[in-house]
Design a protein around this ligand. Structure first.
Ligand SMILES: Cc1cc2nc3c(=O)[nH]c(=O)nc-3n(C[C@H](O)[C@H](O)[C@H](O)COP(=O)(O)OP(=O)(O)OC[C@H]3O[C@@H](n4cnc5c(N)ncnc54)[C@H](O)[C@@H]3O)c2cc1C
Length: 416
């Protein structure tokens, strides 16, 4: 076993946050070593955003971003996001000549490939003279004589500061593990129960009720979870699947959904459907299915046919619109505007994009990402109880928290 001379900083996890922090700390003059158990680094970046990485969102351009994050303390993100925001990351891309494009709702994607971002982070690390150890299993971590010792199968690395950037549990096939949570607990931190988030939802009896026949149908909806001040509503696309529901609307609401909670889905959010059906029917010879198609063209034909084949409406589908009583039309409109579904679960960490929960941020300094319980210990990125919405928020959190920690480490080293 080789025992390495102490470095200034050991960063555990060479994902988005770990590479960013290592690069920035290295460029500030610190001796930094980056350790990851995966042999191929940045895999989550590579597969993100359909291979184009939705690396940030313009809504995080200096505004208060707390509303876009799920946490026991969403306001925790404010400081880091104000110190390093979406525009700062865009400037970094510009310095590396990486082209990007804006899509839906402020989401910024690489124009060519997510691998551009991995290459950028590697170049930034090289500029900071960061030492790499990949494909290295970490056996244990100790803290002795003001030094962290990280024992791997071959080596022992040491440093005065340890940055935990090992992410959450989503996508275990490409290296995710609960290592960060165990390490946090070892040093006295509490963990907000990690759960799959940004994940498709499942439903009991989905197939026996015939919903699997709608697999592939997509439409814009408004999905609601909770009530009163706690209610969350997302207006996004919904996708029917063989085993349940997915699409951006469902992924977003999954970060707020708790087992046992019913979701209310408005399948026709653009229209006061009851009024349109009751007021528009006079003198109309067309059938109800045709009427629905004309009034709400965003409702796919397969969904209309399925809906009108259900017991309460089956007798109406082929009737002339003008002949149908208002109370039937109101009932149909209500069923489409207030579809109540009770998820039985979700697809789990394998299919989730992120993990909600994680290291309790009440025990972390929001200005430095330093542990309030243990000297020299830092947490960055997804390992913390900070979960962004779909749309580039999670990567921006990785960049912002990483830069904050790196600046704090650099500032501390100048005081030594
Ligand atoms: C399919 C998919 C698509 C996504 N798309 C987007 C998107 O477009 N936009 C967006 O903002 N977010 C997206 N995300 C979420 C985003 O990828 C994460 O929030 C982000 O990568 C978190 O960065 P991180 O550095 O904290 O963790 P990670 O990027 O997960 O990095 C953690 C690193 O730690 C390493 N590690 C784990 N355990 C150990 C251990 N025991 N020992 C050593 N190393 C360890 C891992 O190998 C990994 O390299 C997506 C996620 C997935 C799964």
């Amino acid at each position: 076993m080789t025992i390495f001379a102490p470095d200034d900083v050991l960063v555990l996890g060479a994902g988005a946050a770990g590479m960013m922090c290592a690069a920035q700390a290295g460029q500030a003059g610190l001796r930094v070593r980056l350790i990851d158990h995966a042999s191929k680094i940045g895999e989550k970046i590579r597969i993100s955003g359909g291979g184009r990485c939705n690396f940030t969102n313009t809504h995080l351009n200096g505004h208060d971003g707390a509303a876009y994050f799920v946490s026991q303390q969403p306001r925790f993100v404010r400081h880091a996001l104000s110190r390093y925001h979406a525009g700062d990351f865009v400037q970094l891309l510009a310095r590396h000549g990486i082209e990007w494009q804006e899509k839906h709702r402020g989401q910024l994607f690489c124009r060519h490939s997510a691998t551009d971002i991995i290459a950028l982070l590697q170049r930034e690390c090289a500029q900071g003279q960061v030492q790499w150890h990949t494909g290295t299993r970490i056996l244990s971590v100790d803290y002795r004589n003001n030094l962290y010792q990280v024992h791997t199968e071959q080596d022992c690395f040491q440093a005065a500061a340890l940055v935990v950037a090992t992410g959450g549990l989503a996508a275990p096939a490409i290296g995710a593990s609960g290592f960060g949570y165990e390490l946090a607990k070892q040093f006295g931190h509490s963990i907000i129960t990690p759960q799959a988030a940004l994940v498709p939802l499942r439903f009991e009896h989905w197939q026996s009720h015939g919903f699997d026949a709608l697999a592939g149908v997509a439409l814009p909806v408004a999905v609601r979870c909770g009530s009163g001040k706690q209610a969350m509503v997302f207006e996004e696309d919904l996708l029917f699947r063989h085993k349940g529901l997915s699409g951006p609307a469902i992924l977003q609401i999954s970060s707020y959904w708790q087992p046992g909670q019913t979701l209310s889905i408005d399948l026709c959010p653009q229209l006061d459907l009851a009024a349109a059906l009751c007021r528009g029917k006079h003198g109309q010879k067309i059938r109800l299915d045709t009427a629905l198609h004309q009034l709400a063209p965003q409702l796919p034909k397969r969904l209309i046919d399925f809906w009108l084949a259900q017991a309460p409406f089956a007798a109406l589908a082929k009737q002339r619109w003008a002949d149908i009583a208002d109370h039937h039309l109101n009932a149909l409109a209500y069923s489409l505007k207030h579809w109540q579904v009770l998820p039985s679960g979700h697809d789990g960490h394998k299919k989730a994009e992120v993990t909600r929960g994680g290291v309790n941020v009440a025990e972390i300094d929001p200005k430095t990402m330093a542990s309030r319980l243990q000297p020299g210990l830092y947490f960055i990125g997804e390992v913390m109880d900070i979960t962004g919405w779909l749309g580039g928020y999670n990567f921006q959190w990785a960049w912002s928290s990483a830069v904050c920690a790196a600046r704090a480490l650099a500032a501390q080293s100048t005081h030594l």
